[in-house]
Write a protein that binds this ligand. Structure first.
Ligand code: SF4
Length: 179
């Protein structure tokens, strides 16, 4: 009986956390979808991100104003979730069929951001902020490699590979008009 109660309590808490995350994501995306001054998202799924944001804006904007009422926004996200997930290094444009973070035992309806492979997944899109985070990551790799004599060969090779991949990726997905 106690186990059953504890299980219900846990899943209730998890549901609450997920509901709050969905609301915060909805508010962020609603603002983003109505910001005509922001640069377009880039990357393999950049165009799809823009399409989803435009579709979301059709539900979140009335008479030029973004919906701010929380209960209403919760309903809109529940019915018209664009399945865009903002992260530090990328914005995930979730499509389960091509998600590299998806496993048979994991969730199918949302990404596992902790297992993200931002440089390899076709669901990746980038805001300027994401791109700056990748550039900072590249700078950190450079700093670590500057003292490479102190690194174990295995670690050095891994960092060099990461650096090479990051440079290639940033070059491949340079925005047409950087801000
Ligand atoms: S690997 Fe990253 S970009 Fe790809 S679906 Fe998962 S979280 Fe999204």
């Amino acid at each position: 009986m106690f186990e059953g109660y504890a299980g219900t309590s846990d899943s209730g808490f998890r549901d609450e956390v997920e509901a709050e995350e969905a609301l915060a994501r909805g508010q962020y995306l609603a603002d983003m979808s109505t910001n005509g001054d922001r640069p377009a998202l880039t990357g393999p799924a950049g165009a799809e991100a823009e399409t989803r944001l435009a579709a979301f804006a059709r539900h979140t904007v009335f008479e030029g104003q973004v919906v701010t009422d929380e209960a209403r926004l919760r309903r809109i996200v529940a019915r018209h979730d664009p399945h865009l997930y903002p992260g530090t290094f990328l914005t995930c444009v979730y499509n389960p069929d091509r998600a590299l973070c998806r496993t048979p035992s994991g969730p199918a309806d949302r990404p596992v951001m902790a297992d993200c492979q931002p440089l390899a997944c076709r669901n990746a899109a980038f805001t300027p902020t994401n791109r700056h985070a990748l550039e900072r990551h590249l700078a950190a790799l450079d700093t670590a490699l500057a003292d490479s004599e102190r690194l174990a060969p295995y670690v050095r090779h891994r960092l060099e590979d990461q650096r090479r991949e990051t440079v290639a990726y940033l070059t491949r997905h340079t925005p047409e008009s950087a801000s």
